[in-house]
Design a protein around this ligand. Structure first.
Ligand SMILES: Nc1ncnc2c1ncn2[C@@H]1O[C@H](COP(=O)(O)OP(=O)(O)OP(=O)(O)O)[C@@H](O)[C@H]1O
Ligand SMILES: [Mg+2]
Length: 231
């Protein structure tokens, strides 16, 4: 459903991404791996429309969307959970969730019950401010906020970064539940190798702005993948 080809990206004069091609399918987790600074977040910025690509094609269900702004892509079904979470610290959990309504028609401006089934802690703390939550709770809020937009493609940028192990386990369970529901494609950017390996159906390993290894779980040897994403 999502297909992009030969994506490049520059920040000013410096080129960061070179000819990146990828496909992501509904009901599958596609994992993008690589060490710090290889360009993982930059690629998600292109896919979410928060930074323009400098070349290449980006297709959603066959429609070319390259160059579309973030709010247009959000309305087309791209849900983005940015690295560092970007929870609004002075807004309550309820208000943070409601920011997801911006790309939905008015009659859908309601937080669905299944969001609280996935993340019960958010219901318990609904009137607390985003900034009062732990890192793990903020990560859950950021994922919930993206789910409010009813994404067809969910982009997750290092959801385990700086988070305690029991919440990492819960986040892993949510990701596999969302995959198994079969309503969305998931692109997971992750450096926590075992977490990523267990969840992913397909892998892309990046080095210095290029894909150096890719394939499905059957095709890619685990140790080769580990080597490709090591410093
Ligand atoms: N706004 C920007 N302007 C200029 N250079 C940038 C900008 N954002 C990122 N970079 C550079 O682009 C490169 C790729 O950064 P990016 O954040 O995409 O990497 P990453 O793989 O997500 O790293 P990490 O694992 O640390 O999050 C890095 O060298 C970074 O310094
Ligand atoms: Mg990053």
């Amino acid at each position: 459903m999502l297909e992009f080809k030969d994506i490049s990206l520059h920040y000013g004069a410096s080129q960061i991404l070179y000819d990146i091609s990828m496909t992501a399918e509904v009901g599958k987790v596609c994992c993008l791996m690589g060490t710090n600074g290889v360009g993982k977040t930059s690629l998600l910025k292109v896919l979410s429309g928060t930074h323009p690509q400098s070349g290449g094609s980006y297709k959603l269900n066959g429609e070319e969307v390259a160059g579309s702004k973030a709010h247009i892509l959000a309305a087309k079904g791209i849900g983005y959970v940015p690295q560092g979470r970007d929870v609004f610290p002075l807004m309550t959990i309820q208000e943070n969730l409601e920011t997801g309504f911006a790309c939905l028609p008015k009659d859908e401006h309601e937080v669905p019950d299944h969001i609280f089934e996935l993340f019960p802690v958010l219901k318990q703390m609904i009137n607390r401010r985003g900034g009062d939550l732990s890192g793990g709770q903020q990560q859950q809020l950021a994922i919930a906020r993206a789910l409010i937009t009813k994404p067809k493609l969910l982009l997750l940028d290092e959801p385990t970064e700086g988070i305690q192990p029991n919440i990492i386990t819960q986040i892993g369970e949510v990701i596999s539940h969302l995959r198994d529901e079969g309503n969305m494609a998931i692109i997971l950017v992750e450096q926590y190798f075992d977490f990523a390996y267990d969840l992913a159906d397909k892998f892309y390993a990046m080095r210095r702005g290029k894909i150096v290894l890719d394939g499905s779980k059957d095709e890619v040897e685990k140790e080769k993948l580990r080597e490709a994403v090591s410093v």
